[in-house]
Structure formats: structure tokens, C-alpha cells
Design a binder for this molecule. Sequence first.
Ligand SMILES: C[S@@+](CC[C@H](N)C(=O)[O-])C[C@H]1O[C@@H](n2cnc3c(N)ncnc32)[C@H](O)[C@@H]1O
Ligand SMILES: [Zn+2]
Length: 271
Amino acid sequence: MPSYPTYKCPICCAKLSRVNGSYQCENRHNFDIAKEGYVNLVPVQNKKSKQPGDSDAMLKSRQRFLDAGYYSRLRSCIHERIAAASAGSTFIDIGCGDGYYSEGLNLMFSSTSACDIAKTAVRLSAKRLPNTQCSVASAYSLPYFNHSFSYGLSVFSPICEHEFRRVLQEGGRILVVGPGDTHLQQLAAQIYTEVTPHRGNFAVIENSGLWTETWRQELRYSITVQNTEIEDLLKMTPYYWSAAKEKQMALAEMTMLETMVHFEIREFRVS
Ligand SMILES: C[S@@+](CC[C@H](N)C(=O)[O-])C[C@H]1O[C@@H](n2cnc3c(N)ncnc32)[C@H](O)[C@@H]1O
Ligand SMILES: [Zn+2]
């Protein structure tokens, strides 16, 4: 069993220790470990909605779409960079979704951790990621002490720049993936007459002035999505929230959609 970074109690900030089937702090705050092995570290009083993060339907769609292999080139690219980066020993995926991009990374680090605000995402991750410490937690309030990790990953997920910086060790790095200008261009064209590219979460890193870019790659290729996978793809994107009902129905009736996918993959070091 790897030795994982210690959890910090989300209520009183004391150290959490494993006691039988739960994590407990010295002030007797208790967090049960689910049968899949993850722990929910978002206290009810801190929840901003009943079901925060991606919904179960979105997560299931994401899992089906990713497992069909459309983004496997992106996963390979992420893994190749991490293998080449001398990335240290302790890794965390923040906003991990169903864990697709972190699968296999436990073989490259002494310890791997993953968190997401959506409980279903963490349950799916706990099943997909063996020997990985999985928790329900917010990127805006990570249940870890300062300098716990040498390398972090954020794929299409919200970034809290100062929280990321706090939990990273000196010289620690993060790999951030966001959409390039032409990402899902043809899917977007089915929904809007004018398409404004979505800029991802690089801005919070760049605007802080506290990170140095250490590596960058763009990945761009075309995919042909079939039948129900078109709807799955739509549900994975922010377009799902804004697409008019009739556009969603028209997409659901399509049998084939060819679209560009375009990823920006950038690595930053804490300056
Ligand atoms: C677009 S999905 C990406 C998931 C995964 N990284 C992937 O690419 O397959 C964004 C994820 O961020 C999670 N999320 C949203 N707000 C969050 C927060 N404040 N803290 C942690 N995760 C959050 C969602 O539940 C969702 O799983
Ligand atoms: Zn406590």
C-alpha cells in the first residue's frame, strides 16, 4: 500500500488518521470510507448545492465516450509528458472526473491521489484507479496540508490557482489541459451560428504571474462520432448547458458527426 499524503480535516484543519473504516481527527470529526475506498471530505455545511459538479448523466456520458477511445491520443500525450518530466513522487488529479486520464499513473509515482467535487465521479475513479487515494473534495479547498504534491493534473476542470500552489512542493509542476481554438468546431457549428472559442482555465494561471511555463504542446485531429456517442459528446461539453432543446434533439438524431478536436496541453512550475 503506498504511503499517501495526509488528509487535513475539512472542519478543523487537524490531521486525519485512518481508524478502521473511517478517517478521524483529534476533535472526533469522522469521515467514513465508502466501500469503493474513497472518502467524502466535503462537509454538508460547505456544499453549495445538493449535487455539486457534473451530474450522474454527464459523468456516464463522459465515461462511455472516453472509453470508446476518441481521446486516447490525449491520454497518451499526457502520460508521455509525465514520463519524460521527472515529475517527482507524489501526484494529484484535481477535478478527475471518472479517472480516465490518471489510469496507469500509479505505476509512475510512489503515490497517486485524485479528487472531484462530484461524488459519482469519485466513485467511478475509485473503481478505475487502483492504489489511488480518492476523495470528494473541492479544488477551491483541498483537504491536504501545504507542499503535499510534486505534480498535479487538471484536465478541462476548474482551477483554483492559489490552492494548487499551496499544495505543491517547491519546484512542483502542474499539467493543465484545455481546449484549443478549433476544439469541437463542427459540433459547436450545429448549435450556434457564431462560435466563440472557450478559453479554458489557463487565464487564472497566467494572470497570477506566479507560474513559469515549462512545456507546451498542441494536439489536433479529426474524429468521427457515431449515433448515441454524439449525444454523449454534447453532454461532456459546456454547450450542453446552453444548447436549445431543438438543437439537442437534432443532434440526437444525427448518425454521424465529423469534428475537429484540439487540445492545448501546458505544464507550469511554481516560480
Ligand atoms: C469537464 S469535467 C473533466 C473531468 C476529467 N478531468 C476529464 O477530463 O475527463 C470537469 C470536472 O470537474 C469537476 N468539478 C467541478 N467543480 C469542481 C470543483 N470546485 N472542485 C473539484 N472538481 C470540480 C466536475 O465534477 C467534473 O468531473
Ligand atoms: Zn476535525
